[in-house]
Each structure stands twice: as C-alpha cells, then as structure tokens.
Design a binder for this molecule. Structure first.
Ligand code: FES
Length: 103
C-alpha cells in the first residue's frame, strides 16, 4: 500500500493504490485546501512533490490545462507541481502542502 508523507505538518498515511493524494489524506481526517469540487479546476490544492513524482499517475490534459490557465505556462515546467485532487498514488511519495491540518 502506498505511503504518503505530507510536510510541513509531518503526517504519514497509508493510501489505497490509485487513490488521489487529497482523497487519501482527507479520508484520514485531515483538511486539504480546496477551491472547487475537487475536480481539477481551481488549482488551490496544488502541492510540491518532494519525493516520488514518478510514483504518481501522469498529469492529464485537464490538470495541465487548468494549471496553465490559473498559474501560467511556467507552472507546468516543473513536474513536481501537481494537483492533489488529480494525482493518484502508485507508490510512496512525500509532498509539501501548507494548510493541511486536522479537521
Ligand atoms: S481542489 Fe480544485 S483543483 Fe484540486
């Protein structure tokens, strides 16, 4: 089972394979900053992947298009910037997201 570590809060959770990072973390009772219906539109859930970017599902056209629309073309130059509501775990990852906190 993939393990997700979230910094700077310093939590670690086990996630069902192919679960989104956000859904896996929220299922353990944490709030993850959002601004839409978790459908990849707002980009408020964006996170920096510190380790294991290749153990997330590849970025799809919808995620890419909304990152460009909301944050500019340069936002997709760094593959470590991902949307937590879109990226699904296939293995262990460490991510950085401010605002993640117990609900
Ligand atoms: S929650 Fe809006 S893009 Fe992920």
């Amino acid at each position: 089972m993939p393990r997700i570590r979230v910094e700077p809060i310093g939590i670690e959770i086990d996630a069902p394979e192919n679960e989104t990072v956000m859904d896996a973390v929220c299922a353990e009772g944490y709030y993850w900053p959002v601004g839409c219906a978790r459908n990849g539109e707002c980009t408020n859930c964006s996170m920096e992947v510190l380790s294991g970017v290749g153990r997330l599902t590849a970025m799809g056209r919808w995620e890419r298009a909304n990152l460009v629309r909301q944050r500019g073309l340069r936002s997709i130059e760094d593959p470590r910037l991902r949307l937590a509501c879109q990226a699904r775990v296939r293995g262990d990852v460490i991510v950085y997201k401010r605002g993640v906190e117990p609900e």
